[in-house]
Design a protein around this ligand. Sequence first.
Ligand code: LMR
Length: 339
Amino acid sequence: MFLRSLSHAVILGAVALGAMALPAVAQDRITIKFSHVVTADAPKGKAAEYFKRLVEERTNGRVVVEVYPNSQLYKDKEEIEALQLGAVQLLAPAYAKLGSMGLREFEVFDLPYLFDSMADAQKVTQGPIGQELLKKAESRGITGLAFWDNSFKQMTANRPLRTPEDFKGLKLRIQSSKVLDAQMRALNALPQVLAFSEVYQALQTGVVDGQENPFSNIYTQKFHEVQKALTVTNHGYHGYLLLTNKRFWDELPVELRGVLTTAIKDSTAYFNSIAKQDDDAALDAIRKSGKTDIVELTPQEKAGLKKALLPVHKMMAARVGDGLIKSIYKATGFDPSRF
Ligand code: LMR
């Protein structure tokens, strides 16, 4: 009797083990490392967590997404190299960071006052021009997956920036984009490239005098606590390109790539639905904090800044592509002669 039950136990044990082993063998767990430089409660941080939830639910945990916010794993420049090496599988850098890896066309989005509204920007990012640009990202070992339309950039500094004259001689932090370099030089400011994770301290210690970002980044990074004035310029569109490692993506089992593609579509819709409301809530919170002066431009002051910055479009046409700029003007009805 005892022997019989012992043999049963052994058989059952073996079957159970076998059963457990079988699915694991057939369906190895896949880990996606998603690295980014903003906080977990900034729009990109929330969308990364949303993506994680969708993917893990829809694959019953077969795909695990590890999200690393706040440059925990890599800073701006390093994260792109890490993606190309396959050390991480997902990133969502701002377009401004793509020029330094040879994708100069994406710096077109840094052109000052290119879009009058997010609706105009999305005519490009979510339309045929965006699709063409995604194909361009199909190089250098990466694959472009989606555009996440964040918001518009504002200026912070220790004085209001109402006129081009107010920018003169200021050391202003920029992302590693030649277009942003030209934008600041057009205002006689001194552009300084710094990794996002270094900006707060550089503002606090005076290494730089100011910076540009949407309200949601200014608030979540506490830049408003170390800057006397936030000038509402809306001078530049700010968004992200969701990127993956091409080999990782191409070698995924087809059915899993399908699940991930749908999760990316849903996370993009989620991101684009929260970005504006988070940005408005950030402005409210900054205003309530009373820690920095919110400076609203008059229509004349805004026109003055636009006039000073529009020449940057022509200056950068050779770098980003004159044809691309013209196709964006056509898609949005942008008329430079209005300035
Ligand atoms: C910056 O570097 O200023 C931002 O683009 C960072 C980010 O990813 O939002």
